[in-house]
Write a protein that binds this ligand. Sequence first.
Ligand SMILES: [Cu+2]
Length: 131
Amino acid sequence: MSLVGRALVWGAAGAIALAAAAACFSDRSGTGPVTGTCQLPVEDSVPGSVVVPISNFAFLPAEVHIRAGQTVTWLNCEADATAHTTHSNDELWSSPLLSSGTAFSHTFDQPGTFDYHCDPHPFMTGRVVVE
Ligand SMILES: [Cu+2]
């Protein structure tokens, strides 16, 4: 058997190990935190909205540009139980604590620049620019 053949065998073993680990992880989480890819729950989706995932203690991206009338939906994508909020610095909106997998939406009717932060983690900041 060639070296290439060996590499393929090891590659397959690695893939199986990864799949087993992923299955174990999702079994453990049950209906709790989002694992793997972060997908917006259907009931929270808003047509035409811009989704800002929250992951690893950051709003991604930290700055979004939208048009007046559009909606921004923040979605907590943390793999663990870390909860976040989105809170306008000017008190224009304030979400409750969003557990992992939970979303919050706000519609921006007026042009402007809107800065916001996360209440439990003030170092988490973001900006919505409405054009
Ligand atoms: Cu936070």
